[in-house]
Design a protein around this ligand. Structure first.
Ligand code: MG
Length: 447
């Protein structure tokens, strides 16, 4: 089992992410990608970013790698440049939406795939041994500062978009960058698309003074009230590193991430789509084939690559566009939403409400982390003879019929087992969810 790698790289409070640890991990990663590779480096707006960057560079250079530093950029920009600049790997210094005292190393392999918890074990083996090849004095290479990355990313997005159709509409949009990295690219990009823009928290700031960095409905109160007061066409909010994006419609209503994903797949006519076991069935109704994976961005990316799929996405508000990269890209997703509105001559609420309707209900049951495994085993045993199709890819999912299902899965980071149910009506979703809450509670008590 990986000790340091989690679902999204090595995420820790900065006190634990010491320069020694960071440089050692980067040298360990260098061992796994082959000697003297080219590494694309980028970081988010955190106060610790510059310090961690120094330690990353020391680790990579001492291993004989060449570093191409993009500076402060969104995570999807790094993932794109690994492919674009034909690098051997990448390293993103970002703790995504975590509080400001956190930071993380997210490694990307030469195919542009994030290194998952499973694949991180190999990196950790080198780290634990402490044996890295160190380059000789005459083999140590340098750092190239590459300042075109944001422009490259914008160019790529515009190549894939009907820019003129959007420009004609002169949309009014409110951008909430959450003091993260999208503040460096989004305002300019939406202006070029002919939009009248209003900005919230678009100045990068590692203290995240504007709002909590995760784009949940609770954290987006300011954007939602701005949408109520100003009659804009779309409200857009990113997380700290710009892979996740959430939309607020023209009626100031929050749009769930899986609806955004479904709209992208439907409008772009994507047939072979990858998502997690915890995502709404709406995606099944609007695409062709849906392949489900464990919950976590690296797993959907790996599967998308393996099957050469057309698109991937997660319910938290992230869509992967394989023409650009294998990382979730909140920037192209945002631009595409405007394109869908322009192309169909419809408001965003109309496009979303035209999707097949599903309702969800979520609950959580407290469960100590050491009890999680046994509790899940007991649940599997208990539902063995229950009606419906069972799936154990991640937790326990039961599809009772085409439209109704429930999943119970242990949280990766908190002491909970999460339960999520979906049905055609909210009453039914709630009923299923509560039934399973009772089951799980009983099981946890016994575990
Ligand atoms: Mg993120």
């Amino acid at each position: 089992m990986a000790k340091h790698f989690g679902t999204n790289g090595i995420r820790k409070k900065i006190k634990e992410l010491t320069p020694e640890f960071v440089s050692g991990m980067c040298s360990s990663f260098a061992e796994t990608i082959g000697k003297r590779g080219r590494i694309i480096l980028g970081r988010d707006t955190r106060t610790s970013g510059e310090m961690v960057r120094g330690a990353c560079i020391a680790g990579f250079l001492s291993s004989g790698c060449e570093v191409i530093d993009l500076g402060v950029v969104p995570s999807p920009t790094v993932e794109m440049e690994v492919l674009n600049l034909k690098a051997d790997g990448g390293c993103i210094i970002t703790a995504s939406h975590n509080p400001p005292e956190w930071n993380a190393l997210k490694f990307v392999d030469g195919k542009g795939l994030d290194v998952s918890k499973d694949r991180g074990e190999e990196v950790e083996k080198h780290f634990e041994n402490g044996k890295f090849e160190r380059a000789d004095w005459d083999k140590i290479r340098g750092v190239e500062n590459y300042s075109r990355a944001l422009q490259d990313h914008e160019d790529k997005i515009f190549q894939m978009t009907d820019v003129k159709a959007i420009q004609k509409k002169k949309f009014k949009v409110i951008l909430d960058c959450g003091n993260g990295t999208t503040g460096l690219i989004a305002p300019g990009m939406f202006r070029k698309l002919g939009c009248a823009i209003l900005t919230l928290n678009c100045q990068p700031d590692g203290f995240f003074p504007g709002r909590n960095s995760e784009p949940t409905e609770k954290n987006l109160g300011d954007l939602i009230s701005a949408m109520k007061n100003i009659r804009a066409d779309l409200g857009i909010a990113w997380d700290g590193d710009g892979d996740r994006v959430i939309f607020i419609n023209e009626k100031a209503e929050f749009i769930m991430g899986d609806k955004t994903f479904a709209l992208c797949a439907q409008q772009e006519k994507r047939k072979k789509v990858v998502t997690t076991v915890a995502t709404s069935n709406v995606i099944k109704d609007v695409s062709g084939e849906v392949i489900r994976t464990r919950v976590g961005a690296p797993y959907i990316a790996e599967k998308l690559f393996e099957i050469k799929g057309d698109m991937a996405g997660e319910e938290v508000g992230g869509v992967v566009w394989p023409e650009i990269s294998y990382g979730k890209d909140g920037l192209i997703t945002a631009v595409k939403m405007l394109e869908f509105m322009a192309r169909n001559n419809k408001k965003i609420s109309q496009l979303i409400s035209a999707l097949p309707e599903y309702h969800n209900y979520k609950m959580k049951v407290e469960c100590a982390s050491e009890k999680k495994k046994e509790a899940m085993e007991r649940l599997k045993e208990q539902i063995k003879n229950a009606q419906g199709e069972k799936n154990y890819i991640d937790g326990v999912r039961i599809d009772f019929n085409e439209h109704e299902w429930v999943i119970a899965r242990p949280s990766g980071t908190e002491n909970f087992i999460r339960i999520f149910a979906e049905a055609k009506t909210l009453e039914k979703a709630e009923k299923i969810c509560k039934e399973y809450e009772i089951k799980v509670k009983e099981i946890v008590q016994k575990a």
